[in-house]
Design a protein around this ligand. Structure first.
Ligand SMILES: NC(=O)C1=CN([C@@H]2O[C@H](COP(=O)(O)OP(=O)(O)OC[C@H]3O[C@@H](n4cnc5c(N)ncnc54)[C@H](O)[C@@H]3O)[C@@H](O)[C@H]2O)C=CC1
Ligand SMILES: O=C(CO)COP(=O)(O)O
Length: 337
């Protein structure tokens, strides 16, 4: 496989996804801001800050010059946290050519606008094909070589096929979808419920409770999706239930870890500072709550979690209040008309 690829963002996911393509024989340039880290990656073939002990392919070159990284790349993967995503794409857009494929791997929502990352790509780079990569993809497990699958979603079938070619390997598979909104929404929403799962794990809840929490999270995500005009059936795939399961079950998930720390009595600030990496669910929770209020969407889990996370409401009281709600129907996967 010979292709020139750019990955913007040298965190754990940007690095690991860049390495899959480099191992497949692509010439991959990884853009990051920190010159010392870029130099260290090139000298030692290791991103010691985000993936210590993981040897990177010699086909992967780190570089701090955004124009040089993007120039000549067939595809540009953007792995920048949602808080900086627009700013980085705005920097890159002047050097992009219209035929370059743009793929977001970021599972978050822009504060204030409720734009998902593919919306920002389309808004700033309207001539480029846009796609979203999302699925149950813990970066550290990919680095450890565990068999993993993801979803590449785009309205552009050529983009999906090309990304499948450059990403599929003996341990990584990318399935295609044309439901960009559904795939992206699933990856974004599940982070809220991963925080709730981490929190409940710290409280020592039973397996019944864990199962109930995940399943009712899926029902709540589906209700939100329908209200936003998305097809909730997409949530039955890897980017929905698949990602919900992994992120709600694993202490490798940063969102789960934030929830766990809260459950241990730490403040949000302590939890986020100790993590030292991005936990998108914290901002997503704020934005989704606002959207649910404005659109009158019934989301008791997100609302209760918001009170615990941002207003220090006692967890036991929030749970007691939720348990006194009128039980809803079980399966709510109605397709929007
Ligand atoms: N780590 C994981 O397991 C997975 C992460 N993702 C998603 O990937 C996105 C990126 O996450 P990670 O790589 O895991 O985050 P991370 O916290 O490991 O790293 C974020 C990287 O972005 C860089 N960055 C932040 N602001 C920047 C700016 N203004 N300009 C340039 N670089 C900037 C940071 O320096 C850091 O290198 C997130 O939205 C996350 O939801 C998706 C699947 C799995
Ligand atoms: O999205 C992820 C796994 O699919 C990673 O989750 P965290 O951002 O919570 O680590």
């Amino acid at each position: 496989m010979s292709a020139q690829i750019a990955v913007l963002g040298g965190g754990s996911f940007g690095t690991v996804i860049a390495n899959i393509m480099a191992e497949n024989g692509c010439q991959v340039r990884l853009w990051l801001r920190d010159a010392a880290r870029a130099k260290a990656i090139n000298e030692h073939h290791e991103n010691s800050r985000y993936l210590p002990g993981f040897t990177l392919s010699s086909n992967l070159i780190a570089n701090t010059d955004l124009a040089a990284v993007v120039s000549g790349a067939e595809a540009v993967f953007v792995s920048i946290p949602s808080s900086s995503f627009r700013q980085v794409v705005a920097q890159a857009k002047d050097v992009l050519r219209p035929e370059q494929l743009l793929i977001s791997t970021t599972k978050g929502v822009e504060a204030g606008t409720f734009a998902l990352m593919s919306d920002i790509l389309t808004e700033l780079c309207p001539d480029n094909p846009v796609g979203v990569l999302s699925g149950p993809n813990l970066a550290k497990e990919i680095a450890a070589g565990h068999i993993t699958a993801s979803v590449i979603a785009s309205k552009n079938h050529v983009l999906c096929q090309r990304v499948q070619q450059i990403l599929c390997s003996k341990s990584f598979r990318a399935y295609a979808s044309d439901d960009v909104f559904g795939v992206e929404l699933g990856g974004t929403l599940k982070n809220i419920y991963a925080i709730a799962s981490g929190l409940s794990a710290a409280l020592g809840v039973g397996e019944n409770t864990k199962s109930m929490l995940m399943t009712r999270s899926l029902a709540e995500m589906s209700r939100f999706a329908v209200a936003e005009g998305a097809n909730p059936m997409t949530f039955l795939g890897l980017s929905g239930i698949g990602d919900l399961i992994v992120t709600c079950s694993s202490s490798l998930s940063r969102n789960y870890r934030v929830g766990f720390a809260l459950g241990q009595g730490k403040t949000l600030q302590q939890a986020v500072e100790e993590l030292g990496e991005v936990a998108e669910g914290v901002n997503t929770l704020k934005q989704v709550r606002q959207q649910a209020i404005e659109k009158d969407i019934y989301m008791p889990l997100a609302m209760g979690l918001y009170e615990v996370v941002f207003n220090q409401a006692p967890v036991k009281e929030v749970i007691a209040s939720m348990m006194s709600n009128q039980p809803n129907v079980d399966v709510e996967f109605s397709v929007p008309r």
